[in-house]
Design a protein around this ligand. Structure first.
Ligand code: UDP
Length: 328
């Protein structure tokens, strides 16, 4: 019998890549997406159910129809800048909506849950290597909302037997090398796609947010993970739950950090084009350095972030960028 997996946010960047990986692993991904930030053209690997997470009746209907063996929960608001200005939107759109989803999953008896959390739950820790046991002290409502959902999953685990694999992602980049799906946000806020737009002349320049950080070149340092590696970890996480191994948190990073200037230098090398830049002020809510080891994911899940070199991530993103975007 086909194993359906309910993928919230399956029409978004990471969710659509996860659907591709799930299909390749023999599952049927059922995308549940409001299309507020997702793209229907990205739903290519299984059925589509349009809906809002806050709509419990709609969720109940979808759980009853597909009887999923698990939920992969990607749907979220994820812009730090917006979260700083409109925290209510994040508490409602992420925390309250996820509560409705978790309650619907428990009511439907769908007790395996893979959750997309973030390194933004950590806040600043003076540049130390972050791991699963590092205290979570988020700097913004985005990180705080994701931490709250992690707490909710633990409570529902204790009370209702919900089993969760929580992935704390570092900076996800790159695209499907076959260009079936890729990264496209409207508006775009992420470094690599904005940089590629600037290279192509679609925007005048990339603004570097802050050049006076306490790092070797003054710009922020992040740990970039290839989206294809990231979604591989999700399939391994699902199989971990199916094997009855229980709830677990995993960081997904490479252990190697790159500054904004280093990313720009790599892009120049990969695309053979100049990156027009403007030096700007710091962006509110940004941590100086976010880098993680992924020893646990490697040791316990057997995860290997083999494609997560900057050259490959930028190269695949560039290929996608040039192959065209989704349209409304
Ligand atoms: N960044 C930048 N200019 C931009 C967008 C991002 O300098 O136009 C920097 C940002 O300050 C951060 C890094 O690039 O240090 C990665 O930012 P992004 O928004 O891609 O991901 P985040 O780290 O916020 O999840």
């Amino acid at each position: 019998m086909a194993k359906h997996v309910l993928v919230t946010g399956g029409a978004g960047y990471i969710g659509s890549h996860a659907c591709k990986a799930l299909k390749a692993a023999g599952y049927v991904p059922v995308t549940f997406d409001s299309l507020v930030t997702g793209w229907e053209q990205a739903v290519k690997f299984g059925p589509f159910e349009r809906g809002e997470l806050a709509d419990r009746a709609r969720l109940d209907e979808v759980f009853a129809k597909w009887q999923p063996v698990a939920v992969m929960h990607f749907a979220a608001l994820s812009q730090v800048g917006e979260a700083m200005k409109e925290p209510g939107k994040y508490w409602r759109g992420n925390v309250s909506a996820s509560l409705t989803l978790i309650e619907a999953a428990v009511a439907a008896g769908c007790l395996d849950f893979v959750f997309s959390s973030t390194c933004a739950t950590y806040g600043d820790h003076d540049g130390v290597m972050l791991d699963e046991d590092t205290p979570q002290t988020p700097l913004n409502s985005y990180g705080a909302s994701k931490r709250a959902i992690e707490d909710m999953l633990k409570d529902f685990g204790a009370a209702h037997g919900l089993r969760s694999v929580i992935f704390r992602y570092f900076n996800v980049a790159g695209a499907d090398p076959e260009t079936e799906v890729g990264e496209f946000h409207q508006p775009e806020t992420h470094l690599i796609p904005l940089m590629l737009d600037a290279i192509e002349g679609k925007r005048a320049a990339l603004t570097v947010f802050g050049t006076d950080y306490p790092t070797p070149d003054g710009t922020c340092i992040r740990d970039y993970v290839h989206v294809m590696d990231l979604v591989d970890a999700h399939v391994l996480g699902l199989q971990w739950l199916e094997a009855g191994k229980g709830s677990r948190v995993f960081c997904l990073g490479t252990g190697r950090g790159f500054s904004v200037r280093e990313v720009i230098d790599h892009s120049r090398a990969v695309t053979n084009r100049e990156v027009p830049i403007v030096l700007g002020d710091r962006r509110a809510g940004d941590a100086v350095k976010l880098v993680s080891g992924s020893e646990r994911a490697m040791a316990e899940l057997g995860w290997q972030p083999a494609r997560s070199t900057l050259a490959q991530m930028i190269g695949d993103a560039w290929k996608w960028h040039q192959s065209g975007h989704y349209d409304r």
